[in-house]
Unconditional design. Structure first.
Length: 265
């Protein structure tokens, strides 16, 4: 069972597409939106992504749970930009050295839309991808070094153990009477000592895993063979084409509307 895919996502259409194609489509959209800060390109991309969202096979509950950090980040970025962004236009609100203008509000909206348009498809596409299939594709199709890819895959597989270790440490400390303090300072000290214990445990497990992988030949320089063949077919080509189409349409709409603005200019 994958640590990312849930049972109802295994049968979705996007879940059956090679993760490399999904990664390529997300990168095309992200790189296009990173080049500019305007609300038209980000808004158009977000609308097109929303139209394609039902094909991901993600329920409403899963969508909101998985994308909650993206929405929080978008709101936080918008507030920070509105308060401390470049001032232009009429002043809407002022408090001491903090000024909110029409220009900073427009910029805040563009930033929020861009965070959503970049973050949401990345989260959804990753949620419908199996890490092992992604590693196979990166090594076989993209030709990334096998040692790097397999090491990253092993580290990703340990994320679940990382969470379990944190819970086990908390229960062990509570059993010894070290986790009952409600004082904020005591809580911070407990988290600090528990985090240090988790770091030591993680380093020990990582060194053991590295030794085991070296013993099994994962660190060799010879060409590797793969148990699963990673293929890039018509569905994968269509996925990349959809990502390119979203990027081109969003950029074209921004250029036609006159809002396209390179961030490096």
């Amino acid at each position: 069972m994958s640590i990312v895919l849930t049972p109802d996502l295994h049968s979705s259409r996007i879940a059956r597409i090679n993760p490399v194609a999904k990664l390529g489509a997300a990168l095309l959209v992200s790189l296009t939106l990173v080049l500019t800060i305007d609300w038209v390109s980000a808004g158009v991309a977000l609308v097109l992504e929303a139209v394609l969202l039902p094909f991901a096979g993600v329920s409403a509950r899963q969508f909101w749970l998985r994308t909650a950090p993206i929405w929080i980040a978008a709101v936080a970025a918008a507030i920070a930009t509105a308060l401390y962004g470049a001032d232009s236009g009429e002043t809407v609100w002022r408090l001491g050295f903090v000024t909110v203008t029409q220009g900073s509000l427009a910029l805040a909206g563009a930033i929020a839309l861009r965070v959503l348009a970049i973050g949401i498809p990345g989260v959804i596409l990753f949620a419908t991808s199996d890490p092992t299939e992604l590693a196979d594709g990166l090594a076989q199709l993209v030709r990334l070094p096998a040692r790097f890819v397999l090491g990253a895959l092993a580290a990703l597989r340990l994320v679940g153990l990382f969470v379990d270790d944190w819970r086990a440490l908390a229960m062990a400390r509570r059993a010894r009477g070290l986790g009952d303090g409600r004082n904020p300072i005591a809580v911070l000290r407990r988290w600090g000592s528990q985090a240090f214990a988790l770091l030591v445990l993680s380093l020990r497990r990582g060194s053991k895993l590295a030794t085991a992988m070296e013993a099994k030949g994962f660190g060799g320089d010879s060409a590797r063979t793969w148990a699963r063949s990673s293929r890039f077919g018509a569905a994968e080509t269509a996925m990349v084409a959809i990502g390119a189409a979203i990027a081109v349409i969003a950029a074209s709409c921004a250029v036609v509307a006159g809002t396209w603005s390179f961030v490096v200019s």
